[in-house]
Design a protein around this ligand. Structure first.
Ligand SMILES: O=P(O)(O)OC[C@H]1O[C@H](OP(=O)(O)OP(=O)(O)O)[C@H](O)[C@@H]1O
Ligand SMILES: O=c1cc[nH]c(=O)[nH]1
Length: 191
C-alpha cells in the first residue's frame, strides 16, 4: 500500500527530469519530419489530439508540418471521457457528430496523439470514439513517451522517447498550455 497525502493523493517522490523544454521541442520537430516522410508530404493528414495533453501536442505538430510542407493541416480534439472502460458501459452512448472533432475524419489519414502510452486503454477508447465520428482511411498513433506495460495489443507508429519503467514509477508530462511549465519528469510512488 502506498502512502497518501492529507487530501488522499498518493505520495510521490521525484526521481529525475527526463526531458527539458528544448528537448521536447527538438523531439516534436523530429516527429513532424517523420510524419511528413511516412505520409508523402501529408496532404490527406488530419491530426487528432486526445484531451488533455494530446491536444497541445497535435496543435504544435500541426504547426510544424504546416511550416515544413507549406500547407495547413487539419487539427482536432478527441474527448474520450465517455469511452473509458473504467466507467460503466450501461449508460447511454454519448452523442457525437462528425464536426465535434473539428473536421470530418472520413477518408482521412488520421494521426492520434497523446502524451503517454502505458496500458493502451486510453488509445483503445480513443479508437472507439474516433470511429463514432466517421470512418478514417487509416489511423496512426503518436506518443511523446512510451513507458511500456501494455495490457492491449496497441503500439505507436511515432514515439518521442521509449522509457522503460517499473510499475511503481509514473511519467509526468508537463506542457505549458495545460500545466504552465514544460518538462517530462519520472516520479515514484512512496511506500
Ligand atoms: O495507456 P494508458 O494506461 O491508458 O495511460 C495513458 C494515459 O494516461 C494519461 O492520462 P490520464 O488518465 O492520467 O489523464 P490526464 O491526461 O487527463 O492527466 C495519459 O495522458 C494518457 O492519456
Ligand atoms: O506513467 C503514466 C501512466 C499513465 N499516464 C501517465 O501520464 N503517466
Amino acid at each position: 500500500m502506498s502512502e497518501t497525502t492529507e487530501t488522499g493523493q498518493p505520495k510521490i517522490r521525484e526521481k529525475g527530469r527526463l526531458m527539458s523544454a528544448s528537448e521536447i521541442e527538438r523531439t516534436l520537430v523530429r516527429l513532424a519530419h517523420e510524419i511528413v516522410e511516412k505520409n508523402d508530404g501529408g496532404s490527406n493528414l488530419g491530426l487528432v489530439g486526445i484531451r488533455r495533453r494530446g491536444v497541445p501536442l497535435a496543435q504544435r505538430i500541426g504547426d510544424l508540418i504546416a511550416k515544413i510542407e507549406k500547407h495547413p493541416v487539419d487539427t482536432g480534439v478527441l474527448d474520450i471521457s465517455f469511452y473509458r472502460d473504467d466507467l460503466s458501459t450501461d449508460g447511454p452512448r454519448p452523442k457525437v457528430t462528425p464536426g465535434a472533432i473539428g473536421f470530418d475524419v472520413t477518408g482521412r489519414d488520421i494521426i492520434l496523439m497523446d502524451d503517454v502510452l502505458y496500458t493502451g486503454r486510453t488509445i483503445r477508447a480513443a479508437l472507439d470514439a474516433l470511429f463514432d465520428h466517421g470512418r478514417p482511411k487509416s489511423v496512426q498513433l503518436l506518443v511523446l513517451i512510451d513507458r511500456g506495460h501494455r495490457e492491449l495489443p496497441i503500439e505507436a507508429t511515432f514515439v518521442g522517447r521509449s522509457i522503460p519503467t517499473s510499475s511503481r514509477e509514473i511519467i509526468e508530462v508537463k506542457l505549458s498550455e495545460v500545466d504552465g511549465q514544460e518538462q517530462v519528469l519520472l516520479v515514484e510512488l512512496v511506500d
